[in-house]
Design a protein around this ligand. Structure first.
Ligand code: SF4
Length: 693
């Protein structure tokens, strides 16, 4: 048996850990950490180590399918790629001729082909690309852009004295391989942590300060911290005077956030807020890691704005060991690959949700509420077809019952995925896609570039890039694409004088950060200033300074429901990989033991959690470190093993309990963290409830 070993980079999460893939007889034998990778040095988390189980899973889709039964069933027939692509292309050609905006393209979490999807949409003439941008990464990105014109990331290798981990659990959840290993390096080098999280995570256990806020109250907390810093005179006056706009307005604005009031809003003791604020402001350099934990409430955009302002007034922006401004790698990548110029301006105005959530639309994304409305009511125009690349819409979006109605009503649905997920079962055509070990890909991650290399072919699977490239060719859009998808690799690297072969030989490139770039060129805002108060937001009719507003309908439940990602799954993926599933076999509701006792619930019993007129079931697990008013459940849970069982994606799906309204105006973010809920012991029909008193 001839064994070959390839260097690559993992993509079981957002990715980036260097790996070695051993292949023999067209099968992956092992995927192991690459000890020579300079950043990750052989590290692999449980998800990465489960790659083998994913690649050769017996339920992998390996051939295109056409649905022959009702929507939601598992009745599909195998068809050829030729037939499948012809059918999809015919549908698209028809829509392009009638109304290109009637086509919606969709993806889940970014898998390094997001820019391809935008390029395809722009070439087709549709402004409607749908993804979870309003609840993941884009509140952070747009909040940052509206403040300083750019995105920042923590400079872990710049020796920060203090790192604030805000609503993020990188070490346990392993959602961003390269970033997580950077954080671990900084901790080993002596950085001290302030962890802000309703849950006592592994990082919280190592922190100098752990602040346990009410879920969704982060904006109030950030504004309270700013007030302490200004009151104590700990701000960086030199930076503020030379580079910012709106400092006076801020000082006036945060007067309302007195510590006692902030304690009431956030549940964090005023004395602890003060101590943490002083520690942060006095640090020689401090970085802030912002996670999706704070990007999923109606106050998310305000929270991000306040956090960026906090970093700015303490002089931590673009400072060594602070929050460094992202610099493009120079390849045809995040900025250029989407080819925005291909989309006519008139089409931009037709983006679904662009009137309601203008910042989300500025970032190029449609809003799910508007898409479902268009499908169900034909307003402002009907949707003719939806192409989904790697997204389980039924577990991803708020109000899953409405998503189901929309998919039922969708005139044509194509899904490209690894498995016959609940969403794929609603599709007319299902296409089998390659896993990360079966495709060549340029990985672009902050200032990091790496080569993900195809190690083998499984069945007839194709990468999403290949599918998009082939569809584009069939639709006569070839001039904007490549003869073969892999031809793009050299073309994209050409601006930095590199070839794909060259990048594969190097493995990865990471440009060292350059600090304080704003001193020479100013910030990338209209007048080069750091916007504490944003004139752009003011002109758009949004608040120019961030403010916290208590979400509506907070009195409708006894508890606040919130969710978190599991260390063993990546969003809705991998629940069907035995070695991961055995580490978390069931969806658990974490409760304080006193909360459980109040409802005669004991560890291991089933709890029915109710919100917004629905209930979902979770197995009770005690967590004595939670606030007694909080209930934690996993995000995006479903049971792939119950393929025929109609409740496999509804029974413990937190999005059966969430709603999309009323979302935040700027980004359309709904309240997903901190939803009023009820709690009761679940008694199966015919059973007798056991009293635990
Ligand atoms: S952290 Fe992410 S990239 Fe690293 S091994 Fe785990 S899944 Fe792979």
């Amino acid at each position: 048996m001839a064994m070959r070993t390839m260097k690559s980079v993992c993509r079981m999460c957002h990715g980036g850990c260097g790996v070695l893939i051993d292949v023999a007889n067209d099968r992956v034998v092992e995927v192991r950490g690459d000890p020579e990778h300079p950043l990750t040095r052989g590290f692999m988390c449980p998800k990465g180590r489960a790659t083998l189980a994913l690649v050769h899973h017996p339920h992998r889709l390996t051939t295109p399918l056409r649905r022959i039964g009702p929507k939601g069933s598992t009745e599909f027939a195998e068809i050829t790629w030729e037939t499948a692509l012809e059918e999809v292309a015919d549908r698209l050609a028809q829509s392009m001729a009638d109304a290109p905006e009637s086509v919606v393209l969709s993806q889940g979490t970014d898998r390094n082909y997001q820019e391809w999807l935008f390029r395809f949409g722009n070439a087709l003439g549709t402004p409607n690309v749908l993804g979870p941008a309003h609840i993941c990464f884009y509140p952070k990105m747009m909040g940052s852009i509206m403040t300083l014109g750019d995105l920042t990331f923590p400079d872990y290798d710049g020796n920060p004295e203090c790192i604030v981990i805000w609503g993020s659990n990188k070490i346990e959840c392993h959602s961003d391989g390269v970033i997580g290993t950077g954080l671990m390096r900084a901790m080993r080098a002596g950085s001290q942590l302030i962890v802000i999280d309703p849950k006592r995570t592994a990082l919280a256990r190592k922190a100098k300060y752990w602040l346990r806020p009410k879920p969704g109250s982060d904006a109030a907390l950030a504004l309270g911290i700013i007030r302490v810093i200004l009151d104590k005179g700990l701000e960086n006056r030199a930076f503020i005077e030379a580079h910012t706009y709106g400092a006076r307005e801020l000082a006036e604005h945060v007067r309302a956030y007195i510590p006692e009031k902030v304690e009431e809003l956030t549940w964090v003791p005023a004395s602890l807020i003060e101590e943490a604020a002083i520690f942060y402001a006095r640090a020689s350099a401090a970085a802030i890691e912002v996670g999706t934990g704070i990007e999923q409430s109606t106050n998310a955009f305000a929270a991000i704005r306040a956090i960026r302002i906090l970093s700015g007034i303490c002089g931590n922006i673009d400072r060594r060991g602070g929050d460094v401004i992202w610099e493009p790698t120079g390849i045809i990548g995040r900025r250029d690959l989407p080819a925005r110029h291909l989309l006519p301006e008139s089409a931009e105005h037709k983006r679904l949700g662009s009137n309601e959530h203008r910042l989300l639309s500025m970032a190029g994304w449609a809003h799910p509420n508007a898409v479902w409305n268009a499908v169900l009511h034909g307003e402002p125009y009907p949707v003719a077809a939806m192409l989904v690349f790697g997204s389980n819409l039924l577990t991803l979006y708020a109000n899953a019952a409405r998503v189901q109605q929309a998919l039922e009503a969708m005139p044509f649905l194509m899904v490209a995925d690894l498995f016959l997920t609940p969403t794929a079962r609603m599709a007319d055509i299902v296409l089998p896609v390659a896993t990360w070990v079966e495709r060549n890909q340029i990985v672009e991650f902050n200032s990091y570039l790496a080569a993900r290399r195809k190690a083998l072919q499984v069945g007839q699977c194709k990468s999403d890039e290949e599918i998009i490239n082939t569809l584009a060719q069939r639709l006569g859009l070839g001039e904007h694409f490549w003869h073969q998808a892999d031809d793009s690799l050299n073309a994209r690297l050409r601006p930095i004088g590199l070839t794909w072969k060259g990048l594969c030989e190097l493995g990865y490139i990471a440009n060292p950060p350059r600090y304080e770039k704003f001193r020479a060129a100013g910030f990338r805002t209209r007048d080069g200033l750091f916007y504490i108060a944003s004139p752009v937001l003011r002109r758009m009719g949004y608040p120019s300074l961030p403010r916290y507003e208590e979400p509506k309908n907070m009195d409708r439940g006894e508890y606040l429901l919130t969710s978190a990602h599991s260390p063993f799954f990546f969003n809705s993926e991998f629940h069907n990989l035995p070695e991961l599933r055995q580490r978390q076999p069931e969806p658990v509701a974490e409760l304080h033991p006193c909360t459980a006792a109040r409802h005669c619930l004991q560890e291991g019993m089933l709890a029915a959690i109710g919100a917004n007129g629905a209930e979902a079931l979770f197995r009770v697990q005690y967590n004595e470190y939670l606030d007694e008013r909080v209930v934690y459940v996993p995000a995006s849970w479903w049971d792939p093993e119950d393929e025929i069982w109609p409740r496999s994606w509804t029974q413990s799906n937190v999005n059966m309990l969430t709603t999309n309204t009323p979302p935040n105006p700027e980004m359309g973010t709904p309240q997903l963290r901190g939803i009023p809920c009820t709690l009761r012991a679940f008694v199966p029909p015919g059973a007798t409830q056991v009293s635990t008193s």
